[in-house]
Design a protein around this ligand. Structure first.
Ligand code: GLN
Length: 451
């Protein structure tokens, strides 16, 4: 923890942390040393973590990357972080993120963007770390924590993991409790670990996961020993390659990386077969209706009365309006407007109902594919990390980043990004493994063979 506290201080230019809790981390580390000395170590004893600022941490500022949560110190702990502390982990601080987890570059954060510790060969322009868990990704990549938590509604663990050369897994919907995680789109949100290695992800997920009566969508199934699943042996396994993931304009180097990854899986004993996910092209439009719809409803609670910021007005309505106008950033306002529009009486069937139908079709595509294969492998993102500012004014270009990641959220399936190589100009690229519901062990083992 000491080394990491020093590293955080030395790397403030990256803007990875919103809140640093160095004193707490050092005190916890001392207590951990005592336990280690006594031979009473818990599974994560003394391991220093960064926590995405979407997780409520009791008594520690929690902003969700937004101005509207100014000064909000939760009176309770999220279940996922409580599980990590139960197992002995320590808190280095709260990590920067896109506002309310809406974004793919960390540029929508009220606390400013995060800089990707990677640089393009021969170029000094700062690159984005991806988003929305951009602070988590940058902090793990720059060794400002041993590992971090992230959340993933449409790719927010996997895309930043790919952009910074780390591992990130979004578990099956219902595997990790959502209790105490600031809600974005409740039917899509999942927490997961962001780590340096697949083994670290397996160990950390074991602590984070588990049934929680405080989240009605948390599923009462046993948490397996994920680490034991890491054999690297894929004999008898069938890996699906979706033909629809060969999108137009995908850079040749990403195609090449994908082919190389499949070779590694063949070497580990797997059989590679083509599969079809015919409704893939509807995934982005369906996601960008369902996610804003749920967000517009979830974000109704920020009214200047219950949490954080309050901007006075001449009456209650004016106070609501002033608080929300000043408290929410541009992207969040865009999502609330889209969300309320698609949920409005006249348009509900045309947009929301159709998007929900498409969601079922996308889930059925996966069910069919998983009748013949054990996992699906493709690229995590259609490109490597881009420069800050590059897509900031073009929401549609930004949303295209999520083309390979949103399907797993819409279908509720576990999916992981594993660093698999470098682009021509020296930037990390990731491959994505998607698995059957609750087959995180299978996903982790395929990732282990790719690593
Ligand atoms: N980039 C996607 C969005 O902006 C996904 C975000 C997420 O997974 N939290 O909605």
């Amino acid at each position: 923890a000491k080394a990491q506290v020093a590293a955080i201080e030395g790397a403030r230019v990256l803007n990875a942390y919103i809140t640093e809790t160095a004193d707490l981390a050092l005190a916890q580390a001392e207590a951990a040393d005592v336990r280690l000395g006594r031979g009473e170590a818990r599974p994560l004893e003394g391991l220093a973590l960064g926590i995405k600022d979407l997780f409520c941490t009791k008594g520690v500022l929690t902003t969700a990357g937004s101005h509207i949560l100014d000064g909000f110190k939760p009176t309770y702990e999220s279940s996922v972080t409580a599980n990590l502390w139960r197992d002995g982990a320590t808190l280095l601080g709260k990590l920067n993120m896109d506002e309310f987890a809406m974004g793919s570059s960390n540029e929508t954060s009220y606390h400013g963007g995060v800089i990707n510790p990677w640089r393009r060969a021969g170029d000094n322009a700062p690159l984005v770390p991806g988003g929305s868990s951009g602070g988590s990704a940058a902090a793990v990549a720059a060794d400002l924590c041993l590992a971090a938590t992230g959340t993933d509604t449409g790719g927010s663990i996997r895309q930043p993991a790919a952009f910074t050369g780390i591992v990130g897994i979004k578990p099956t919907y219902g595997r990790c409790s959502r209790f105490g995680i600031v809600a974005f789109a409740s039917s899509l949100d999942q927490a997961g670990p962001m780590t340096k290695t697949v083994r670290d992800a397996a160990i950390m997920l074991k602590s984070m996961a588990g049934h929680d009566p405080k989240d009605s969508t948390s599923v009462p199934v046993d948490v397996p020993d994920y680490e034991a699943a890491l054999t690297g042996d894929l004999r008898g396994k069938r890996i699906g390659v979706p033909k629809e993931y060969r999108v137009d304009g995908m850079p040749q180097e990403i195609e090449a990386l994908w082919a190389k990854g499949l070779d590694w899986l063949r070497d580990a004993g797997a059989e590679i077969v083509e599969v079809s996910l015919p409704h893939t092209k509807y995934a982005l439009p369906a996601y960008y209706i369902v996610a804003p719809a749920e967000a517009s409803s979830n974000l109704a609670r920020y009214d200047g009365v219950r949490f954080g910021l309050r901007v006075p007005g001449k009456d209650l309505t004016q106070m609501y309006e002033n608080t929300r106008a000043e408290g929410f950033g541009k992207e969040v306002r865009r999502r609330i407007l889209i969300g309320t529009y698609v949920l409005s009486a006249g348009y509900y069937d045309a947009y929301y109902t159709r998007a929900q139908r498409l969601r079922s079709l996308i889930a059925r595509d996966f069910e069919r594919a998983f009748e013949t294969v054990d996992a699906i492998v493709g690229p995590t993102t259609p490109s490597a990390a881009f420069a800050t500012g590059e897509n900031a004014d073009d929401p549609v270009a930004m949303y295209l980043n999520d083309v390979f990641t949103v399907t797993a959220n819409l279908a509720g399936l576990p999916a992981m990004s594993v660093p698999a190589g470098l682009s021509g100009d020296g930037l990390p690229l990731g491959l994505q493994v998607i698995g059957k519901a609750f087959d995180e062990p299978g996903v982790l083992n395929v990732g282990y063979a790719l690593e």
